[in-house]
Design a protein around this ligand. Structure first.
Ligand SMILES: C[S@@+](CC[C@H](N)C(=O)[O-])C[C@H]1O[C@@H](n2cnc3c(N)ncnc32)[C@H](O)[C@@H]1O
Length: 413
């Protein structure tokens, strides 16, 4: 965990590297997963309890991480005296004090705090981030925070015009994978059981399945790609670009500034047998290189707050400065793509975050800066309309059981 924060790398990647160096410790993976996710999701609460116990100041040293782990285990009620003694020594805390925490509830430790301060400590969200979410007027904010601290609902998509939901669900039963049909998108299904097995199925290897959150799948639907030339200048692993092809796009140009991301794009497109229908281009979305597209999907880097269920460690290093950096980048990409687009082109703006700066602020500034851009209605509209921006929609983990996502569509006049 200390390394994750130092390198701003995902826990998943750091853990994968760790276990590849120590294969004999592989059996600990599930335990490590539970502990590291738990500590990342609750780090501020754990720091608060440690501080009240007279320890601190908090840091991201290995020793402090161990202290967080010890308190997390104590609060979960499962800490045994022998383990408390061994952890306490390494973490520099008192074993009896640790054991005294057993059985207490998180809410016991935030008595006396109120308003955003209470939410900040209880759900371990930095105060500035809560202010961003409150300014974005997210309904039922506390429920959102609770949802972001849970494991995500798992979704997949499949080529529904070639393979029916019933047929796929039937075939996957053989692997212990259970699916539930989605009520909104015909090519999306919820993975109710066996999510970790999906990538080992024949159907996955044959390119009939993509693991993708429902909110993310909504983006390509909104781009309405059938019969169109689609440009995806921030294509990453081509998840949305490949979806556009499944939805009937005539051709796709998938760009990214990072060549290694395009390596992932090529792997996705090849696995899905779509390589012939897409060009991959190394390019900067702020310096457009294609004017001919009928639809553009700008899915730029963001603070990933909507993905905290998957990567809660991001909370431990994200700063207000990062969010300002992302909003500027998003603004520049959108403005550049709109300026380069031909009249009538639709430009979809999607981000897997919910901060006001990256969503509402960006839209307002684009509309100020690019006089011939307008926001337009789009379908399917299955999320929440955004207060003050009713043409934009938000998908929210606590209301829609998806990642947090913001989607709006501009038209070049
Ligand atoms: C959120 S990801 C895109 C995910 C992708 N749409 C998908 O569905 O697989 C953002 C991508 O933007 C790329 N990126 C960052 N800065 C860029 C730039 N200036 N121009 C183009 N791509 C950029 C990143 O490398 C990253 O792959």
């Amino acid at each position: 965990m200390a390394e994750t924060v130092r390198r701003k790398a995902s826990l998943r990647d750091v853990a994968a590297e760790y276990f590849s160096r120590r294969p004999s410790e592989e059996y600990m993976k599930p335990l490590v997963r539970v502990l590291t996710l738990g500590v990342a999701r609750n780090y501020m609460l754990l720091d608060h309890v440690l501080r009240r116990g007279g320890y601190g100041p908090p840091s991201n040293s290995t020793r402090w991480m161990l202290a967080r782990v010890a308190v997390f285990e104590a609060l979960s009620g499962k800490l045994k005296p022998s383990r408390a003694r061994s952890l306490a020594e390494k973490a520099g805390v008192d074993a009896e004090w640790l054991l005294s925490l057993r059985g207490s509830r998180p809410s016991d430790h935030v008595k006396g705090l109120g308003g955003l301060e209470r939410l900040s400590v209880l759900y371990s969200f930095p105060r500035w981030l809560l202010e961003e979410l409150a300014a974005a007027r997210i309904p039922r904010l506390e429920e959102l925070l609770r949802a972001l601290n849970r494991d995500p609902v798992r979704w997949l998509r499949f080529p529904h015009t070639r393979l029916s939901f019933e047929e796929l669900a039937q075939r996957l039963t053989a692997y212990g994978v259970k699916l539930r049909r989605d009520k909104d998108l015909p090519d999306v299904a919820e993975v109710v059981a066996g999510a970790s097995t999906v990538t080992r199925t024949r159907e996955y290897m044959d390119g009939l399945i993509v693991l993708q959150d429902k909110a993310s799948a909504l983006v390509s639907w909104v781009a309405s790609p059938a019969g169109r030339l689609v440009h995806d200048p921030t294509a990453g692993a081509a998840i949305k670009a490949s979806h556009s092809l499944w939805l009937g796009a005539r051709y796709v140009v998938a760009g990214d500034v990072k060549p290694q991301r395009l390596g992932e794009a090529v792997r996705t497109l090849t696995r899905l047998h779509l390589r012939h229908a897409a060009d991959v281009v190394v390019g900067d979305a702020r310096a457009p290189y294609l004017r001919a597209a009928d639809a553009v999907i700008v899915d730029p880097p963001c603070s990933d707050v909507g993905r905290l269920q998957y990567e809660p460690e991001v909370k431990m290093w994200l700063t207000r400065g990062d969010v300002k950096f992302f909003r500027r980048l998003q603004l520049r990409m959108l403005a550049a793509q709109l300026e380069a687009a031909r009249p009538g082109t639709h430009v979809v703006y999607s981000v897997c975050t919910l901060t006001r700066s990256e969503t509402i602020w960006v839209i307002r500034r684009v509309l100020e800066r690019v006089p011939y851009a307008e926001l337009v209605k789009h379908e399917p509209f299955i999320g929440e309309p955004v207060p003050g921006l009713p043409l934009a929609q938000r998908m929210l983990p606590h209301l829609h059981r998806t990642q947090g996502f913001f989607i709006a569509v501009f038209r070049r006049m």
